[in-house]
Write a new protein. Structure first.
Lengths: 388, 328, 187
């Protein structure tokens, strides 16, 4: 037993550990960014050591919104755990839905009807667009532009209206079921999606005019936080963060699941992995998602939206399974260990944001505080997903 | 009776009257500008802006002001009480003096002095002292960083501002605002904005930086420094900073319209209306900037100043001097 | 030279941005003025669950007290009381006993009993409570109901001042609804 008190009056465990870990020579300042700070998007806390405006060290502190989602799985039945997935990452809830449902289906060998697969593709890509839109607005807001986020929300609202029709909710969806989805797509959903896709193409042009070409924004993004491929691999970064560094890694292409194999889409990649590359990749992904939805809308067949031979009682056989999907922030993985009972023995959720976040500490070193904010924004973090 | 009139005609009495009028003007304009800013922001973002208090939200700024006045005034532990409270006052008071020498009409000027331009430039410089005190006095790291930014930014941008103003002083041969306006009285084409476009551009950019308006709102960059120098201020402490910011906007826009846009000269309408119209046109432009652009990074901000604006304004000044010599 | 060109290009990009916001400035609002206007997507709103009445008797729910919804609910917000005909309702314990025997009330299992359309209803619903405070609106109960006795309500403007405002007696709501309809018809 050490005599050191766990809590100190002049700062908590993390801040004292941070300052003990080696305060640099000279007149430096230790600054607490968060847990309540405009640019940490929720309750992330970052302790930085500043020399003037230069960041010497940075360390993220996690766990402020830890909700024990993994532990919860062990006391709930497979079906009861479904609503949890929408709450892990509330911005791309459907991808998490898919990862969990897919893992159980894989373990039980459930066949998903083709129509259900297409429904999943359409809704998941719509959700991806809305997630990227929110990131885009919030990132420009981090950089000090107030207006773009409201333009992004305008389109996001339309997507939420569309997704509300089959799912009944606007943010924390619980739509996918073992062997399909919970309700069929209606005619109004299909026409509304087609209309949205058409007008969204013009909106992307507006986004580029307003923000992408802007000299001030380019000054804040180009050559900021260049992430080498080697470093991205070291931290296990995935999604647009890795693709921005020039690696065409996308679960939809590398380990095709569902009907993605039969759909034609590109994987946009960047060159040097700076904030601008990550920005470009995400905006290009908006266009690719639009392409995917267009194809899926044309190809969607008739048929059942949920497999009729799913057992009413979900009791996967003993064994383990891993299933990954591509979320808006990267590779979402669900590892499931079943002991043959009605409840999962253990579930491990691989949150892409968790790996992506840890790139920050190394990237931010030596940059200006404003650049650190820009880098943090460009990683597209969703704190509830990181903490789970 | 004549004695009272004589007393009223005394320059000092006139000054007091002018000061009171200017303070009223500032307070009124503060309210109007808050409303206009929020409406402009709303319309640009395709929403109505304030709408519920009064018809079309016209009384919203009054409600806001009442809220600010009614709030409890809080001072953080460990703050320097004198500096902490001196800062908002110091930020606000020079504004009144800045508006004194600016003519709003042929005879509507608080203090017609020969060095009016110099007076304005000198007193706007006090604002940076106020921000510095606020940052230092609040015992807050964010505020301190904001104050450091404010000082380096203001010091840097005062140079191109001065140089661009000097060009106008050269061409008109005076530092008196009324004289400068007189040289621009021959229609729109005689405005200095057309004879000195580079100086006008530099003045506008520097004025944005001097008043800490977006895209140069470094000292209060809320995504980096939460609220910069006024992080710890609540209630009327914040209110005074806020009012001062809008008042400085009026000052720089008034100076810009006097120096470059012909002041109160204009057809049909009496002078003060033209003056107000020009000031508000410039303010709307500044608001339009704010709701369009992201924020410039701090070192880029200084780079723009030292590497672009200062050389440009120096060349401009030299060219102006050269041409004036030739003409003579 | 290229720096100057680049700068001029950049300045042009700033003007393009101004053009975009200027154009948007002149367009009408996109927001909906709430108390005066309503959003257009209320029809697809899903509120808390409600019981569905029998086609022939609006006062009685379709519910067969199979307790699937109670079992499947992730948050445990549904609680049901029922009895088999012929047993005194007051005698709660014996009702429970009876239900447990007939219902295979095993821990962790969903009550599974083949439900045929023509099968006689064995149990009568006495009480259907919903604690909406806990509900996460996943829709699993509605989906798992074998006789479609559950549906989503549509009250968008549901609001309350205390927790107890969201503890619903769904059977009572059903009866109130039926009464209201009857009253309307009579009037």
């Amino acid at each position: 037993m050490s005599n050191k008190p766990y809590f100190k009056l002049d700062g908590d465990y993390y801040s004292s550990r941070f300052s003990e870990a080696g305060k640099q020579e000279g007149d430096t300042l230790i600054l607490n960014l968060g847990p309540q700070h405009p640019s940490t998007h929720g309750v992330l806390r970052i302790i930085v050591e500043l020399d003037g405006e230069y960041v010497i060290r940075a360390e993220p502190v996690l766990g402020y919104i830890h909700r024990m989602h993994e532990k919860m799985a062990e006391v709930k039945t497979y079906v009861q755990y479904l609503p949890n997935m929408g709450r892990v990452d509330y911005l791309h809830a459907l991808a998490w839905n898919w990862a969990y449902v897919g893992a159980v289906e894989k373990l039980m060998g459930i066949e998903v009807p083709t129509r259900a697969e297409y429904i999943r593709v359409i809704t998941c890509e719509l959700n991806r667009i809305s997630s990227h839109l929110l990131w885009w607005g919030a990132y420009v807001l981090d950089l000090g532009g107030f207006t773009p986020i409201l333009y992004a929300f305008d389109d996001r609202e339309k997507i939420m209206d569309i997704l509300q029709i089959p799912t009944g909710s606007r943010l924390t969806y619980c739509y996918y079921r073992f062997g399909g989805v919970s309700s069929d797509l209606t005619e109004s959903f299909l026409t509304k999606t087609r209309d949205f896709i058409e007008q969204f193409k013009d909106r992307i042009k507006l986004y580029h005019d307003l923000v992408t070409g802007n000299m001030i924004l380019r000054g804040r993004c180009v050559d900021i936080g260049a992430l080498p491929v080697e470093m991205a691999r070291r931290y296990g970064a995935t999604g647009p963060v890795l693709r921005g560094s020039g690696v065409a890694s996308d679960v939809r292409r590398m380990e095709p699941y569902s009907v993605y194999g039969s759909l034609d889409f590109d994987i946009p990649v960047g060159k040097i992995g700076d904030a601008m590359d990550r920005y470009d990749v995400r905006l290009a992904e908006l266009e690719q998602s639009v392409r995917i939805i267009e194809q899926a809308l044309n190809k969607i067949p008739d048929g059942p939206f949920i497999s009729p031979d799913v057992p009413e009682r979900i009791m996967p056989p003993e064994g383990e399974v891993y299933f990954a999907v591509e979320g808006a922030r990267g590779k979402i993985g669900v590892y499931l260990l079943s002991d043959g009972t009605a409840r999962p023995y253990r579930i491990k959720l691989r949150a892409p944001g968790y790996s992506n976040l840890h790139v920050f500490a190394e990237l931010a070193r030596g940059t200006i505080l404003a650049d650190a904010v820009s880098i943090l924004g460009s990683l597209d973090l969703v704190i509830p997903e990181i903490d789970r | 009776m004549t004695q009272i009139l004589e007393l009223l005609m005394h320059p000092l009495a006139l000054l007091v009257v002018a000061l009171v009028a200017i303070l009223t003007f500032i307070a009124l304009n503060g309210l109007i500008l808050v409303y206009v800013e929020r409406k402009v922001a709303g319309f640009i973002q395709r929403r109505p802006g304030p709408y519920e208090v009064g018809p079309h939200g016209l009384l919203q700024p009054i409600a806001d002001a009442l809220k600010l006045v009614g709030k409890q005034i809080v001072m953080p532990k460990g703050a320097d009480p004198i500096l902490f409270w001196a800062a908002p006052l110091l930020s606000f008071t020079p504004v009144a003096i800045c508006l004194l020498p600016i003519p709003f009409g042929p005879n509507l000027v608080g203090l017609n002095v020969n060095i009016g331009l110099l007076l304005v430039l000198a007193f706007t410089g006090i604002n940076v002292l106020a921000l510095c005190l606020a940052g230092w006095g609040s015992n807050n790291k964010y505020a301190l960083l904001g104050a450091a930014r404010a000082v380096s930014q203001s010091v840097a941008y005062e140079i191109p501002l001065l140089l661009s103003v000097l060009c106008v002083a050269f061409t008109s041969g005076s530092l008196n605002f009324s004289d400068i306006i007189e040289t621009q009285s021959h229609g729109m084409l005689s405005w200095n904005a057309f004879s000195q476009p580079v100086a006008f551009f530099i003045f506008l950019v520097s004025a944005l930086a001097e008043t800490n308006r977006a895209p140069f709102d470094m000292p209060e960059a809320e995504s980096e420094l939460t609220a910069g120098f006024h992080t710890e201020y609540s209630g009327m402490g914040f209110g005074l900073f806020f009012l001062a910011e809008y008042s400085y906007m009026i000052v720089v826009c008034a100076v810009a319209s006097v120096l470059f846009l012909g002041g109160w000269h204009g057809p049909f309408l009496p002078g003060p209306w033209w003056m107000l119209g020009k000031i508000y046109a410039l303010i709307l432009l500044i608001m339009w900037f704010r709701w369009t652009y992201p924020r410039v990074r701090f070192d880029q901000l200084l780079n723009i100043c030292w590497k672009w604006l200062i050389p440009l304004s120096l060349v401009n000044l030299l060219g102006t001097a050269f041409i004036i010599n030739l003409v003579r | 030279m290229s720096t100057i060109l680049k700068t001029l290009n950049g300045l042009w990009s700033l003007i393009v941005g101004l053009k975009v916001t200027g154009k948007e400035f002149c367009k009408p609002w996109k927001t909906v003025h709430y108390p005066r206007q309503e959003v257009a997507n209320i029809d697809s709103y899903r509120g808390h669950i409600d019981l569905v009445a029998l086609d022939e008797n609006p006062l009685e729910a379709r519910c067969i007290v199979c307790r699937r919804c109670e079992e499947v609910c992730p948050s445990g917000c549904i609680s049901i009381e029922g009895h088999a005909p012929g047993v005194e309702v007051e005698d709660r314990d014996s009702v429970r006993q009876l239900l447990m025997i007939s219902n295979v009330f095993l821990p962790g299992s969903v009550a599974r009993e083949p439900v045929n359309p023509g099968e006689k209803i064995l149990r009568v619903l006495d009480d259907f409570r919903l604690n909406y405070n806990l509900c996460s609106l996943c829709g699993l109960c509605v989906q798992n109901c074998p006789v479609s006795s559950l549906t989503f309500s549509e009250d968008v403007y549901l609001a309350g001042k205390s927790r107890s405002d969201f503890e619903f007696n769904l059977l009572q709501r059903l009866k109130d609804r039926a009464g209201a309809v009857k009253f309307k018809k009579a009037a």
